[in-house]
Design a protein around this ligand. Structure first.
Ligand SMILES: Nc1ncnc2c1ncn2[C@@H]1O[C@H](COP(=O)(O)OP(=O)(O)OP(=O)(O)O)[C@@H](O)[C@H]1O
Length: 584
């Protein structure tokens, strides 16, 4: 069983739990025997009223009670520890795996489902382990020993226990049939509530702007209501079980007393034995009850294990090289070469990037332009291996990027995504994010080149100014500049800017480009841009159309040779700005 596999690394503790359970079982199973003796001998037999005898027996029974109590407490402590440790290990494993996922792999599960799997599903497993260790292992031991006792004590009444067990099994079976599907669906329902909650919180501004709060609230209520219904149904069914079980137990007791009384009257059984018989019968019923209850609840934990396994089983498309290589020390730095590169998203029908070849050079700027959806972002995401090309190769300083270690590659390729993301912390912690050895001077320089100095000087706390989670307390343009500063602080060989100037005004955009050219003279810059004005001075411009390169050259060359580029340029700049005659 897969639950058992999770416990393998805690074998020692499991053995200790088992030992304490045996102690607990022995203590609890001994008590009815002593009770039987105390009644047979001390209440109605030879030692009636003998205080010394009764005191001795009471002391022995107290000893067994205390033993059982201590063993149960120790079992509980160890079981909780083991379960918490297994849960922590599982969370770590799942999270480490998720960190290696590409965006497509994250989307396959959805972010909220991955969070549910890391939290709620792990919790289900943790609960189940505690239950398994504390009760399930004890129940069969108790049950079997109690059955043996019952058989030896009063074979004539054993049929009552048999009938009670049939009744218990009947109740559990009915319950099983009705609750199982809902139990299994529970995790999916939790997932859905989390998904909707997350989506609504992420999109709260848009929802307010369009006045759709009521609509979204109703959507959330729907999912939440489904979860409530499932939980209510399952809990009610479980609650119903308790009184039914009490009924079975009470009827069993009455039956034992009824039929036992006849046996006692006939001299076939002693009164004390009848009482012990009742205790053992109850133990048998309880053991069956626990095992069956777990059989009902176990599938929910199994579903959770399955959901976690599903995440762990994913082979990330971008994998670490088995034997990583680094570029030779004397190799030219900043030469990123795309060699007939094509890329198709998983499960997509066609290539988003087809047969693209170009190379970057240190101190030079390569710009990618093209209409929206032409594959620009996808193309540059291949450089730091956020995805791997489906055909062709990408080399950096002469080494296939797939053969480099991911950490090495990503320290050489500084990537600034379209949506610059900031972490909660300070300006300094955000800019120093990609490097461990940047001092304040380095950080200030990176911030200066990224044209974000005024953001620091305007604030009272300077570099230590607090940044909220996601960078929500700075503007879009400020976020972009800090994201650029973060990449610059790592001194990359190739700086990849995915439309990272889009929120900047023209003047800042121009200053930033100039500063980049001046200060990063040995860095190759690969930039995706919507604005032709931003890239007019680039050393080479690559024009993408539907994932294909339709033009490659300088601004002037492309104006003459590439109709697609001319069209984009004309749509943004006047003929004068482009240096074209009015008639062209
Ligand atoms: N994760 C994804 N899974 C499947 N298809 C995707 C994914 N991301 C993007 N696409 C598709 O790939 C194509 C290119 O997208 P991409 O973002 O690279 O274009 P772009 O040129 O950068 O566009 P824009 O200028 O609007 O940012 C689009 O048609 C888009 O629908």
């Amino acid at each position: 069983m897969r639950l058992a596999r999770l416990l393998r690394s805690h074998a020692g503790e499991v053995v200790a739990v088992f030992a304490f359970l045996v102690v607990q079982a022995v203590c609890e199973l001994s008590l009815p025997r002593y009770m039987s003796d105390i009644v047979n001998v001390g209440v109605v037999g030879a030692e009636t009223g003998n205080s010394a005898y009764l005191g001795h027996m009471a002391l022995v029974m107290f000893g067994f009670c205390a033993g059982s109590l201590v063993a149960a407490v120790l079992t509980g402590l160890i079981a909780s520890r083991v379960a918490a440790a297994v849960a922590r290990d599982l969370r770590r494993k799942v999270f480490a795996k998720v960190m290696s996922f590409s965006p497509a792999e994250v989307n396959r599960f959805s972010q909220s489902s991955l969070i549910t799997r890391c939290t709620n599903d792990v919790q289900q497993i943790q609960n189940m382990i505690v239950m398994m260790l504390r009760m399930v292992m004890l129940a069969p031991v108790m049950g079997v020993v109690a059955v043996v006792q019952v058989m030896t004590m009063g074979g004539g009444l054993a049929w009552i226990v048999g009938a009670a067990l049939l009744a218990v099994l009947g109740v559990i079976a009915v319950l099983f049939v009705f609750t199982m599907p809902r139990f299994k669906a529970m995790q999916t329902l939790v997932d859905r509530v989390n998904l909707i909650a997350r989506e609504i919180l992420d999109g709260i501004m848009t929802i307010r702007a369009f006045g759709r709060q009521d609509h979204e609230l109703a959507r959330f209520d729907g999912a939440s209501g489904d979860l409530r219904d499932a939980q209510l149904f399952v809990n009610r069914a479980m609650m119903l079980m308790m009184p039914l079980m009490m009924l079975v137990m009470n009827v069993t007791t009455v039956a034992i007393v009824w039929f036992g009384a006849h046996e006692v009257a006939a001299g076939a059984m002693q009164a004390g034995d009848m009482m012990a018989f009742i205790s053992y019968a109850m133990m048998i019923v309880m053991s069956f009850l626990i095992v069956s209850m777990v059989a009902v609840i176990l599938p929910r934990a199994e579903v959770s294990i399955g959901r976690i396994q599903e995440v762990l089983d994913v082979e990330p498309a971008v994998r670490e090289a088995e034997h990583s290589t680094t570029p030779a020390a004397d190799a030219p730095r900043g030469r990123l070469v795309f060699n007939h590169v094509s890329f198709r998203y998983p499960d997509a029908e066609r290539d988003v990037v087809s047969d693209v070849s170009f190379s970057t050079a240190p101190g030079k700027m390569t710009a990618i332009v093209g209409s929206t959806g032409s594959g620009k972002s996808t193309l540059v995401q291949l450089a730091p291996r956020l995805y791997d090309p489906t055909a062709g190769t990408i080399t950096l300083d002469g080494v296939d990027t797939r053969k480099m270690s991911l950490a090495d590659l990503r320290s050489r390729v500084g990537y600034v995504p379209q949506q610059g993301f900031l972490f909660s912390g300070t300006i300094a912690s955000n800019v120093a994010f990609g490097t461990d050895d940047a001092d304040e001077k380095d950080l200030r320089h990176a911030i200066d080149v990224a044209q974000a100095t005024e953001l620091v000087t305007q604030k009272e706390d300077g570099l230590e100014t607090a940044i909220a989670q996601g960078g929500t307390n700075v503007s879009g343009g400020q976020r972009q500049r800090l994201a650029i500063a973060r990449a610059l602080a790592t001194h990359p060989e190739v700086l990849v800017l995915d439309d990272s100037f889009s929120a900047l005004d023209y003047a800042t955009d121009a200053r930033l480009r100039k500063a980049l050219a001046r200060e990063q003279s040995d860095t190759a810059v690969l930039v995706v841009a919507q604005r032709v004005a931003s890239v007019m001075n680039a050393d080479q411009i690559i024009v993408l159309d539907d994932g294909r390169v339709v033009g490659q050259g300088t601004h002037e060359e492309l104006l003459r040779s590439c109709p697609e580029y001319l069209e984009i340029a004309k749509s943004q700049l006047s003929a004068k700005e482009l240096g074209l005659g009015e008639g062209e």
